[in-house]
Design a protein around this ligand. Structure first.
Ligand SMILES: *[C@@H]1O[C@H](CO)[C@@H](O)[C@H](O)[C@H]1NC(C)=O
Ligand SMILES: *[C@@H]1O[C@H](CO)[C@@H](O)[C@H](O)[C@H]1NC(C)=O
Length: 338
């Protein structure tokens, strides 16, 4: 294990503050590092459990053209997440605080088969990117911001690999999403228990469609915060790079033409679009979300070389089979178990 030890030594100085902070800044900077560490723990444990559970033939059954091709990437990503956690924890300790050690993570509902696992891995990497990007404005120390940025760029590479391993577009949009910690917890919170970071989780939101999801599909949702009636509720769809969400009455939440890749969705009690800026996004009319749906309307050769979904390559009009859609979507935001 000497190799691991030397990595720890290299990683530790990343998160050392440049300047003394005001007390309030200090608390926020530390909270961001602790939150990031919990997410890295989640990612690392997810991949470790997945790799322990599934064998090569499980990967082949899930349509990977070469099981080892996928396993090699999952192993490499798992190693990065574990190393990120080590660096963040060393940073938290060097700032005189204690990392959060009490979280437990339950992936039993999503480690049922490799197809579901790979979909959730794609979600997990998207959540990683949105979390680092959405927390950037909360870090007042430029050295910590740069260190966090050096993790963000790697999470973005993982995201691309997972797009390819799910037969999607490698880099579907020119811009990524940024979510606040409260928004990140709407997505990640259902996997986490036993720890309290003092961050309120937005109510989770799940898409309940079971049929083919593509352009023109009416999206339906469930959430602990929605009681069945769509009256007075709106769906807010965000695609990377748009200045505002597309706002539609919830009963008419139809996937518009021209979307490819991840779509972030919120439900609000107001038709006012949400701004694509986590610092200024209005939350007073928020009902639930975000969740993320992946709409693979532009399959690429790279993804199809890695993966054959359901025996036939995805097409524009039938982007995913009903089974794939329901697993992508239902696991994109599992509801918390009561
Ligand atoms: C791989 O694991 C599956 C269960 O996940 C099992 O049914 C199968 O026999 C295993 N195959 C090999 C070659 O070990
Ligand atoms: C759902 O909640 C709204 C707002 O609280 C309420 O007006 C409505 O009656 C509720 N509908 C049902 C079916 O419970």
């Amino acid at each position: 294990m000497r190799f691991v030890a030397s990595i720890i030594v290299l990683a530790a100085p990343l998160f050392v503050a440049a300047a003394p902070w005001k007390r309030q800044d200090s608390a926020t900077n530390l909270l961001v590092l602790k939150f990031a560490d919990v997410l890295e723990q989640l990612e690392s444990k997810f991949y470790a459990e997945a790799l322990a559970k599934f064998n090569k033939s499980d990967f082949t059954t899930a349509g990977f053209t070469n099981a080892q091709l996928a396993i090699e990437q999952f192993l490499s990503i798992q190693g990065d997440e574990a190393t990120h956690s080590v660096a963040l924890r060393e940073g938290i300790k060097s700032l005189g605080s204690t990392p959060v050690d009490t979280c437990t993570f339950d992936f039993s509902k999503v480690l049922t088969d490799v197809t579901t696992m790979a979909n959730v891995a794609r979600l997990v990497e998207n959540v990683g990117v949105t979390a680092y990007l959405g927390a950037a404005h909360l870090l007042s120390d430029p050295v910590l911001l740069t260190a966090a940025g050096s993790i963000l760029t790697v999470e973005a590479r993982h995201q691309t690999i997972l797009n390819v391993l799910n037969a999607g577009t490698a880099i579907p949009q020119a811009f990524d999403f940024a979510f606040t910690p409260n928004e990140v917890l709407a997505l990640a919170g259902p996997f986490i228990s036993g720890c309290d970071l003092g961050i309120r989780a937005n109510p989770s939101l799940a898409i309940t469609n079971t049929g083919t999801v593509g352009v023109g599909t009416l999206l339906t949702f469930s959430s602990p915060a929605i009681n069945g009636s769509t009256d007075g509720l709106f769906c807010q769809m965000l695609v990377g790079g748009l200045p505002f969400t597309i706002s539609l009455p919830l009963a008419q939440c139809i996937v518009p033409d021209g979307i490819n890749g991840p779509v972030a969705l919120w439900v609000t009690s107001d038709s006012q679009p949400l701004i694509n800026n986590p610092r200024d996004r209005a939350i007073d009319k928020l009902v639930a979300g975000p969740t993320i749906a992946f709409l693979d309307t532009k399959p690429q050769i790279l993804g199809q070389l890695a993966r054959t979904l359901g025996g036939t390559p995805p097409t524009v009009t039938n982007t995913v089979t009903p089974d794939q859609a329901s697993s992508i979507i239902s696991y994109a935001s599992p509801l918390p178990t009561p």
